[in-house]
Write a protein that binds this ligand. Structure first.
Ligand SMILES: [Zn+2]
Ligand SMILES: [Zn+2]
Length: 280
């Protein structure tokens, strides 16, 4: 059995974009550098490791955690969103244990006065804990769940009214442990997960660092209920060809598609490994 692999397309601004669960998701996710996804349909960004025009247009930022590669773009987002999208809501949802520290950091950031005039940061920053629900645009909502990383962190499940299953799950950074214990956490049309490590011999290091390893995900494929598994937070040197080679022996459940969050480069964007890929 071979695995169906699909790669995101590159937008005119150099970001990656894929249609996941019928919804366009645009963004960047490179380990230790920057993770930020925009979902226009819900006017929502998940993490803000960097900003872009697509990200600036979102009204809500759901943070998974406050490591710099997930929040470094917040200052730019606050500035661009409150200037370019002046009449729109401005909201950052942050793990409760980090809200105060984030608020203090933004309160003293140099030359953020324009932002502090346009928006009350104390009101804009919303604390969230596992089980909390946040109303989003497009008749949707996000539900927070616990993940296993090296700092207070949340995963986010996005549900849309009228759709029987969650559309998207973003796990942020973290090990596979919560999903091995309860695969139903990834019961969604598409799940975006941490695949920081791919080299054999780095599984222990991945777990100790609070990250996912490709081999962990490959072993779990048979029980993961998501239709599409997005492998994000890859190291910067990982290419599409490397991922195709690594996924050669993977066995997803029937119809399941894997999307490594890396540009296709020379690989076909619809690259079933081998010639028996089963994507319809
Ligand atoms: Zn990260
Ligand atoms: Zn992290």
């Amino acid at each position: 059995m071979t695995v169906a692999v699909r790669f995101p397309e590159i937008t005119h601004s150099g970001e990656l974009r894929a249609r996941l669960g019928g919804v366009d998701v645009t963004g960047t996710s490179v380990s230790a550098l920057a993770t930020a996804f925009a979902v226009d349909r819900y006017a929502t960004a998940i993490d803000m490791g960097r900003c872009s025009a697509a990200l600036a247009a979102q009204d809500t930022v759901l943070l998974t955690h406050c490591h710099s590669d997930h929040v470094a773009g917040l200052v730019a987002w606050l500035s661009a969103h409150t200037r370019r999208h002046r009449e729109r809501p401005t909201r950052v949802v942050v793990p409760a244990a980090r809200r105060q520290a984030l608020l203090e950091a933004l309160a003293v950031w140099p030359d953020l006065d324009g932002v502090r005039r346009r928006v009350d940061l104390d009101q804009a920053l919303t604390a969230a804990q596992p089980g909390d629900t946040v109303e989003l645009g497009g008749d949707s909502r996000a539900r927070a769940f616990a993940v296993h990383h090296s700092t207070p962190s949340l995963g986010w499940t996005i549900l849309e009214a009228g759709r029987p299953r969650p559309v998207l799950v973003f796990t942020g950074d973290g090990t596979v442990e919560p999903f091995r214990a309860d695969p139903s956490l990834l019961d969604a049309e598409a799940a975006v997960v941490d695949c920081s490590f791919i080299e054999p011999g780095t599984r222990v290091a991945a777990r100790l660092g609070g990250h996912g390893h490709l081999q962990d995900w490959i072993e779990l494929l048979g029980v993961l209920p998501c239709d599409t598994l997005v492998l994000a937070h890859l190291q910067p040197e990982v290419t599409a060809q490397v991922m195709l080679a690594c996924l050669d022996k993977a066995s997803p459940t029937d119809g399941q598609v894997i999307v490594p969050w890396v540009a296709a480069g020379g690989a076909s964007p619809d690259a079933g490994v081998g010639d028996r890929h089963r994507r319809k």
